[in-house]
Design a protein around this ligand. Structure first.
Ligand code: BGC
Length: 248
């Protein structure tokens, strides 16, 4: 079956048709800069441009869109790194109207995590899987025997009197110009804490920085297996399409 996924990020928004049987993109993904005023309406326009870039793609029963916010039954409940006007917006309804096709919106880390569990690094594995995405913020997905527990928001665990993502996200490494070693020290603290709270069977580390996993994953010492994501920058697109189809 064919789906379509779009991943809205703090800097870029990208999308592509997705083969839901294999989890592979069914075309080269298209990307646009996320507008500076990142309101739901402005992003609906960007989504339209992405859909228009694939005139030959079959229209799926539902189009999946991932956003960096808590999403409860299509309604955004937070907005950590996007315009505050998302909060309490019925995004499913707004995007469905704006795009003239059925849209289902999900949290971006939930999308990426679900994709890794279904098609990527944790394919075929059961148990308690925790996917952590390191980027502008920290996103989390908790998957238990293939079933997602949505909106875990573990980037906002309080850490040193602040949000953990402020201390340990990729953006913290860049903002404070940390060496890989000192950033890994912070990740060590963060993942040890998660391990203490959840005792997962597997950690998967996603986000753009996962392509540099050799620079920091070997520096971590945990009792839980920790591996890089496989789908990299496409996980959000793939997972948005797959989760939307699943909930349809
Ligand atoms: C947001 C999450 C999101 C994560 C990654 C966090 O700041 O609260 O909803 O999944 O960033 O984008």
């Amino acid at each position: 079956m064919m789906g379509f996924g779009i991943d809205i990020g703090g800097t870029g928004t990208k999308g592509a048709p997705v083969d839901l049987d294999t989890g592979a993109l069914a075309g080269d993904r298209t990307r646009f800069d996320t507008p500076e005023k990142s309101t739901p309406e402005a992003l609906a326009d960007v989504c339209q441009k992405i859909i228009d870039a694939f005139p030959d793609a079959p229209q799926p029963p539902v189009t999946g869109v991932a956003i960096p916010a808590v999403v409860q039954r299509g309604v955004a409940r937070s907005a950590a790194n996007i315009d505050k006007s998302w909060i309490d917006t019925d995004v499913d309804a707004l995007f469905t109207k704006h795009l003239g096709r059925e849209v289902h919106v999900v949290n971006d880390a939930d999308a990426a995590g679900f994709a890794e569990a279904k098609y990527g690094a944790a394919r075929g594995r059961g148990g308690v899987i925790m996917v952590i995405t390191l980027g502008t913020g920290i996103g989390s997905a908790l998957i238990i025997d293939g079933k997602l527990v949505p909106n875990t928001e573990l980037g906002h665990l309080e850490f040193k009197g602040d949000d953990a993502e402020h201390y340990a996200a990729t953006s913290a490494r860049e903002r404070e110009d940390l060496s890989w070693e000192s950033w890994a020290g912070r990740l060590q603290e963060y993942f040890s804490h998660l391990e203490r709270l959840f005792s997962p069977d597997l950690f998967i580390v996603g986000g753009g920085v996962s392509k540099d996993h050799q620079r920091f994953l070997p520096l971590l010492s945990l009792r839980t297996e920790i591996i890089p994501a496989e789908l990299r920058n496409n996980a959000g697109i793939i997972g948005a399409a797959a989760l939307a189809a699943e909930e349809h």
